[in-house]
Design a protein. Structure first.
Ligand code: ATP
Ligand code: MG
Length: 551
């Protein structure tokens, strides 16, 4: 990954400047972390954060931890821990022996809370959540001090210990930092730092019935792990003064520097975990790895490669200003990655039969076709030509306009790697649908024979009707799209089109789950990781070939 990281430096983004300014000659002391909450699967936005945190550590020869921020027992689960680890490893990053859980610091966090109480900097409050909210004030008006704010240190220590022992019900008491109810920053107005929740935790079981709030836990986790640069998204900018307050009051030697950057947003995409979780729970998609989802497991099953995602994250860079990246840019990265890597094969997704009337009925010819015109190292393969073929329905037009360079009656076209054919007759069923094209071929025009007699404008792909393998092909579009008035994202009812009657040349029989191909003209495809079997070929379209993005 060395090359990519060198590019990272060239972007010269503000995060690099801060790090270089802070660490000067000790750049390899950089210590970052990726801190997911295990309450869902990771998505492409998380990939940006992962590439940034692990990428910076790699680049400067420092370290990056994987830390599960599991302080909210209500929504967290081991399944998410497992999937998150799998996704990060798949993306190509390694946390080595640095796998941490916030929950393993609960005892230390408790001690930190006790220290604050002893310093007179935290108090047990009996107000309800509702009352605390009411007294918090607004952006324009100060908050109101809690009547419990001036409890003695002894009383606070006693009550906090009894909170831990389970003497009180959920919501009956909280522990709050004693800072400043008149602060212009609402986060500093005596925030709650511990709450009572009689809920078992996925790691600590029934051991705790009080849990630290995220704003208290997060800076402590960074400090315990001696993180030098705590990189996070913009919504935490206003929380930074509070984090610094905890770090200073608790006298940590290494004070993590928080640096915020704007979240990745993609056009025609809703990214948040809450939304993804709802789609999965309501059964609107085929699990967390549905290929239409922007979860990392979804785009993996869709056929995206880790290289493409890393390049994409690099290309979009980091900034403080929020923006929406065109999904076409992500698609561009996957095409660029695959174009010289995968075999190009012929697949007819919507077939129409072609009978070559002047080709002998039992004759078969073996033609040799290169596997990838962009990469001769991929070699070539054999394809059988015979009398009955399938071509793409859209490659024939009965009344073709002048500019239509594919097949029509009385016009010639080249069959890829084979011969020129001309259509002479169209056969229709009783409803007027075309069911067969009767054509003739010119034996002089074989591909590679040096024939120069005349030229045709178009080349179309085909498969042998006798040899081709029937397959299922899934074509995807985004789950949501912009409404006509461009005001909101609405459900896209055509996000999945299933074609059950596709025919692919027989070389496809050697494919395994997750193998990728280009199907000529139809795009890049992957053998589905869940449902593909040798006797049930299912391919997912990764991306079409046309791009609206210009780098
Ligand atoms: P979501 O908003 O999707 O629920 P989250 O921020 O709650 O995500 P966390 O598990 O808390 O998810 O995030 C782990 C890390 O990933 C955090 O540092 C967070 O800032 C970062 N992150 C989350 N979403 C994005 C995004 N769209 N772009 C960049 N970084 C992100
Ligand atoms: Mg979160």
């Amino acid at each position: 990954m060395e090359n990519e990281n060198n590019n990272l430096a060239q972007t010269g983004n503000f995060i690099h400047s801060y790090i270089q300014e802070d660490l000067k000659d000790n750049l390899n002391k950089i210590h970052t972390r990726f801190p997911p909450e295990p309450n869902g699967y990771l998505h492409i936005g998380h990939a940006k954060s992962i590439c940034l945190n692990f990428g910076l550590a790699d680049y400067y020869g420092g370290k990056c931890n994987l830390r599960f921020d599991d302080t909210n027992p209500a929504k967290e689960d081991d399944e998410f821990v497992r999937s998150i680890k799998e996704d990060i490893a798949w993306l190509g990053f390694d946390w080595e022996d640095r796998l941490y859980f916030a929950s393993s610091y609960f005892e230390k966090m408790y001690e930190c809370a006790v220290t604050l109480i002893k310093k007179g900097k935290a108090f047990v409050c009996d107000l309800t959540g509702e009352e605390i909210r009411e007294k918090r004030g607004s952006l324009n008006s100060p908050g109101e001090e809690s009547p419990y704010r001036n409890r003695s240190i002894e009383e606070n220590l006693d009550l906090f210990e009894r909170m831990r022992k389970g003497e009180f019900k959920d919501g009956e008491k909280t522990l709050r930092a004693k800072i400043d109810m008149a602060s212009p920053n609402i986060n500093m107005r005596d925030p709650v730092i511990y709450r009572i929740a009689h809920i078992p935790h996925h790691k600590t079981g029934d051991k705790w019935c009080i849990y630290p709030m995220y704003d208290f836990a997060h800076p402590l986790e960074d400090a315990f792990e001696e993180i030098t640069h705590s990189i996070c998204t913009m919504e935490f900018e206003d929380h930074r003064p509070l984090y610094n307050w905890f770090i200073n009051e608790l006298d940590f030697k290494i004070k993590p520097r928080q640096i915020e950057f704007a979240k990745l947003n993609l056009s025609n995409t809703i990214m948040g975990k809450r939304y993804l979780r709802q789609l999965v729970e309501e059964g609107k998609v085929d699990g967390w790895d549905d290929p239409r989802l922007v979860t990392l497991s979804g785009i993996r099953r869709r056929g995206y490669t880790p290289e493409a995602i890393r390049n994409f994250c690099q290309m979009v860079g980091v900034s403080k200003a929020s923006s929406i990246v065109d999904t076409a840019q992500l698609e561009y990265c996957i095409r660029e990655d695959l174009k010289a890597k995968v075999n190009v094969v012929m697949a007819v997704l919507d077939p129409i039969k072609v009978v070559i009337t002047n080709y002998p009925e039992d004759k078969e010819e073996t033609l040799v076709i290169e596997n990838n015109p962009e990469n001769e190292n991929l070699g070539s393969r054999e394809v059988t030509f015979c009398r009955e073929l399938y071509i793409e329905r859209e490659d024939f037009l009965e009344d073709a306009p002048k500019k239509f360079f594919r097949l029509s009656v009385g016009k010639e076209v080249r069959l890829k790697g084979a011969y020129f054919i001309m259509c002479n007759e169209v056969i229709k069923d009783e409803n007027g649908n075309i069911i067969e094209l009767r054509c003739t071929y010119d034996p002089e025009t074989k591909s590679g024979s040096g024939f120069t007699g005349r030229k045709v404008k178009g080349t179309i792909h085909w498969v042998s009707a006798k040899h081709a393998v029937k397959s299922t092909v899934n074509l995807y579009d985004s789950l949501v799209k912009m409404s006509e008035d461009e005001k909101e994202l609405i459900e896209n009812e055509n996000s999945l089109v299933i074609l059950n009657n596709a025919y692919i040349e027989p070389s496809i029989l050697s494919a395994n789950k997750m193998d990728r191909f280009q199907f000529i003209r139809n795009g890049y495809f992957v053998a589905d990781s869940k449902h593909f079997e040798k006797d049930n070929l299912i391919f997912n379209r990764i991306v079409s070939l046309k791009s609206s993005f210009k780098p």
